[in-house]
Design a protein around this ligand. Structure first.
Ligand code: AMP
Ligand code: MN
Ligand code: MN
Ligand code: MN
Length: 282
């Protein structure tokens, strides 16, 4: 089978970060939706990988190890996916542990801000009931709680009204640097991929600086077809991939059944003009 004919999904989440299904349940859903090649990419975490790999192997899917690392670049949060990593590599493991370490403090500050500025008490405890991994409380867990108590109709509304810059519940946070994240991925034998580039609020000039710095750190790919992009952006980022010499990746960013974003394994294929990040893997 040609590389482009494979149903490849290289970005999704389990309850080990801010998804709602266990790694084995995500594997089952991927298989049911026709995925041939699958990576679980939990935020700043590798502890779902063993269960995911075992489930994928049992189901006859090719498994690719993955992670999505939170990065702060020029004051903005950027996500870098690492694929085909050795998830036991000590420097990667240490780096991810450090990246996760401020999350509980931040979550307590978020809850205090929601109480003070929006009159919403108890958000830490409320969000924590959705957490599967105590080291990984995220804004998604707060979003689910705010929907549960009826403050917002859905998660999309939460991120428009709360938890983002200038809104109640937003607490600035310093994640890993770009050079650190790409370095950990590369030392662990993996490929570094810019996650959902269309989601970042950067000027064209800043984007160019970012892509050049990513390349000079050893970054190799960008997501082109992702649940976070519109069809127009599949074309736009396909062109950008070719312009900078990046490989292109494809991944749903699936978190939970029924979310507004596209389901796992249900994205359109990558354009034949883009070289897939998985071209040399099999
Ligand atoms: P955190 O790592 O705690 O900052 O949380 C980031 C997560 O929040 C992302 O990985 C998404 O899952 C979720 N998120 C951020 N913005 C949005 C949005 N506009 N709509 C839905 N989910 C979002
Ligand atoms: Mn997420
Ligand atoms: Mn992301
Ligand atoms: Mn993601």
């Amino acid at each position: 089978m040609s590389a482009l004919a494979l149903n490849v999904d290289l970005h999704c989440h389990s309850i080990i970060s801010d998804g709602v299904l266990s790694p084995a349940e995500v594997a089952l859903r991927a298989k049911a939706n026709g995925v041939d090649v699958w990576a679980l990419t939990d935020h700043d975490e590798i502890r779902g990988i063993a269960a995911a790999r075992e489930a994928a192997t049992d189901l006859g899917m090719r498994y690719i190890t993955g992670v999505e690392i939170s990065v702060t670049w020029a004051g903005k949060t950027i996500h870098i996916v690492g694929l085909n990593i050795d998830e036991t590599h000590p420097e990667l493991v240490r780096g991810l542990t450090a990246t996760r370490s401020g999350r509980e403090r931040r979550a307590r500050d978020m809850a205090a801000d929601l109480a003070a500025r929006a009159g919403i008490p108890g958000a830490f405890e409320g969000a924590f009931r959705y957490v599967g991994n105590p080291d990984l409380i995220s804004r998604s867990h707060f979003a689910r709680y705010l929907v549960e108590i009826g403050v917002c109709a859905d998660v999309g509304e939460v991120f428009r009204r709360y938890l983002t810059e200038g809104k109640p519940g937003y607490v600035p946070h310093r994640w890993a640097t770009l050079a650190e994240a790409v370095g950990w991925i590369r030392k662990a034998g993996g490929v570094a991929v810019v996650a959902h580039p269309g989601r970042y609020d950067l000027s064209p000039l800043a984007f160019d600086a970012f892509f050049r710095e990513f390349l000079s750190c050893g970054g190799a790919a960008i997501e082109v077809v992702t649940g976070s992009h519109t069809p127009d952006q599949y074309d736009e980022y396909g062109k950008i991939a070719n312009q900078y010499g990046f490989l292109g990746s494809r991944g749903s960013d699936f978190h939970a059944p029924g979310d507004a974003v596209i389901d796992i394994g249900r994205l359109p294929p990558l354009s034949p003009t883009v070289r897939p990040v998985w071209a040399d893997w099999f």
